[in-house]
Write a protein that binds this ligand. Sequence first.
Ligand code: MF3
Ligand code: CO
Ligand code: CO
Length: 264
Amino acid sequence: MPVSIKTPQEIEKMRIAGRLTGEVLDYITPFVKVGVTTNELDRLCHDFIVNVQRAIPAPLNYAPGGHPPYPKSICTSINHQVCHGVPNNKALKNGDIVNLDVTVIKDGYHGDSSRMLYAGAPSILARRLCETTWLALWRGIRAVRPGAYLGDIGHAIQSFVEPLGYSVVREFCGHGIGRQFHEEPQVLHYGRPRTGIRLEPGMTFTIEPMINAGKAAIKHLNDGWTVVTKDHSLSAQYEHTILVTDAGFEVLTVSDGCPHPPNP
Ligand code: MF3
Ligand code: CO
Ligand code: CO
């Protein structure tokens, strides 16, 4: 399947799905505190998406090849968990860094976004990792324009984080998104400039770098989903859904509470 170009009507639906996704993250942010369980965060998000937004939480029962159906409505990845952490009944502890990854389907179209949140006070190291990952996402976003290469995005991220001593997870990437949760192309968070396909207006994809404080290697837990760093170092991730526009890019997963873009 080639990379799809969304029509203006589809783009309008992607804007709606994207905003709803951001609004779930806005809604859940004040609940992220020491003592809350990730199951409670999952239930709150599920109920908000279903009952308030009249939308569908895409992760619930999502079962791409080789995976058991995902059992929850959001992903909650804590500390050394890289991605796809499954909510459970353990309470958050002071200093935990938590990635909340939300994907909403509205009117047949997906929005996908994640943020790092803190339970209590994170260590200086943990905070710096999260802030660097946020800046790295924006390095990637700002590489998006018509005629740019997919490899420009990965290069922008990799060349920013590696000199700071961090590493880029290789096994997971951003992805085209639209009617399907995961579409082409694969958006790598590392790479060389002027490689890969060229970007065109109307393409929609996520950028979602996973950045480790230690080595890049990961391993899978035997729940079939949770991914952790092999060396147990901390890992952070931010994600936005992006549209390629004539002028450059538009962030589709914006919301009133979404962190403001950093100064260039
Ligand atoms: N939201 C994740 C992404 O950014 C995918 C989660 S798949 C799930 O691509 F099944 F774990 F939810
Ligand atoms: Co994604
Ligand atoms: Co996501």
